[in-house]
Design a binder for this molecule. Structure first.
Ligand code: GRF
Length: 215
């Protein structure tokens, strides 16, 4: 049995997708939020998962907040820490502590559009393909080895909201998949590249076709 801790800041729909996936061999020990109002906390509690809040506004600086967060996480001795809509930049010390067992999901096809407002920026840039990336977290923001990506088309009548919804639906497909591979011990990181053992070459790329997206 592998133990995971999921860290959120808000809605928690990716956390929900991972919980609903009921991945064999996974115990979700806790859902931790840096915001007391995070909607996802209620879903976790309703599903019998321990919840905790480490409110970043109560800490003087990033390092002391990160230390408090790490203390809560470590009390569960997780094999894997999953950042799911966690909206804080983490200190290098925190990232190093969980090196190789800290995943994040980012709503763009990295390395395009790191940072915030990815859907707006994709529309402004006029790209025809957008998407989401699950990656290992390294000290540089939105930069770590890529586990799986989902590509969705950008349609002519898209606005930020429509595009975000299409990407989010794809996120809910790839994040549970990445967690499943991790707990099955099938992920090997070689430099900045991830090998998924036993998976078909194309398995780590989900392409959502235009017709499926438009319907
Ligand atoms: C997702 O789009 C995720 O990629 C980004 O923030 C959003 C969080 O959504 N990091 P949710 O809280 O999982 O619903």
């Amino acid at each position: 049995m592998k133990t995971i801790v999921i860290v959120i800041s808000g809605r928690g729909s990716n956390m929900e997708a991972i919980v609903r996936a009921a991945i064999p061999g996974v115990r979700i020990a806790a859902v931790v939020s840096n915001r007391p109002q995070a909607k996802g906390l209620a879903f976790a509690a309703e599903h019998g998962i321990a919840t905790a809040v480490v409110d970043h506004t109560a800490y003087a600086d990033r390092e002391t907040f990160d230390a408090a967060l790490a203390e809560v996480i470590d009390s569960h001795s997780p094999d894997l820490v999953v950042l799911a809509g966690f909206m804080r930049v983490l200190s290098e010390g925190f990232v190093r502590r969980y090196e190789g067992r800290l995943l994040n999901i980012h709503p763009s096809l990295l390395p395009s559009f790191p940072g915030l407002h990815t859907h707006r920026r994709a529309l402004e840039a006029g790209v025809r393909i957008h998407g989401a990336t699950v990656h290992f977290v390294t000290p540089a923001l939105d930069c770590g080895p890529v586990v799986i990506q989902a590509a969705v088309p950008v349609l002519d009548d898209d606005d930020e909201e429509r595009l975000a919804a299409r990407v989010l639906a794809a996120e809910h497909r790839i994040y549970p998949q990445a967690v499943r591979w991790f707990v099955e011990g099938r992920i090997r990181v070689v430099g900045n590249r991830v090998e998924v053992l036993g998976a078909a070459q194309a398995a780590a790329a989900l392409i959502v076709p235009a017709l499926e997206s438009a319907s």
